[in-house]
Design a protein around this ligand. Sequence first.
Ligand SMILES: *Cc1c(COP(=O)(O)O)cnc(C)c1O
Length: 249
Amino acid sequence: MAAKFPADERIQENYMRVLERIAAAARRAQRAPEAVRLVVVTKGHPAEKAQAAILAGARDLGENYPEEGAAKIRALARPDVRWHMIGHVQRRKARLVIAHYDMLHSLDRLSLAQRLETLAAEAGRVLPALLEFNVGGEESKFGWPAWDESQWEALLPDVEAVLAFPHLEIRGLMTIPPPVNTPEAARPYFRRLRALRDFLARRFPRASWDELSMGMSADFEVAVEEGATLVRVGTAILGPRPPKKAGGA
Ligand SMILES: *Cc1c(COP(=O)(O)O)cnc(C)c1O
């Protein structure tokens, strides 16, 4: 009945192997391996899997659904673990992000930024966040539209508005490329995100643009070669996610 999960030693091995692959990709690009942080994506897995990742050495964990993640964060109670919200956040879930997460990768619209600003101010905290851009095209769902360079100028008013919120600390950019058949096919999207980052850094030189969150199990090495500072890897470490139950959150 239950799907077969890899044993914990398997998770440890996978984790080490992904770290090695990140380091090798960084060296190929003349980058320091320490410049890339591995976020282990635990979405869809029970808290025990997240615990196994922590035992393997992971201190950055990523979740897609604010509630599912909050339950694991409470269950594991590990103040030394940084929890990353990487999924689309509905307005009514914004409070959970402020209450439980260390960083938001998927800040994808001005109205959400406004809501988070209000809640973060109420909570007396500052939320580190990345701006999510859609560099792939129409079929991708989330992120400011940025697949066409001629659209970039039109993004500036929203970016300027988000940068002005005192309780949001923008640190860089994030993207999820459209599904492609080979890792190499994702490279142009990663390049485009980096070029967009350079564009925004020229326009807003006093803001901080260091972080590029890009690359998943299928393509993280290419992302590292193209400048990723945060890679979000689930399946390659924890194995396939168990199928979602119908009606589940
Ligand atoms: C699920 C997910 C990941 C991890 O995907 P894998 O293919 O399992 O590595 C990374 N980023 C986001 C935004 C995700 O939703």
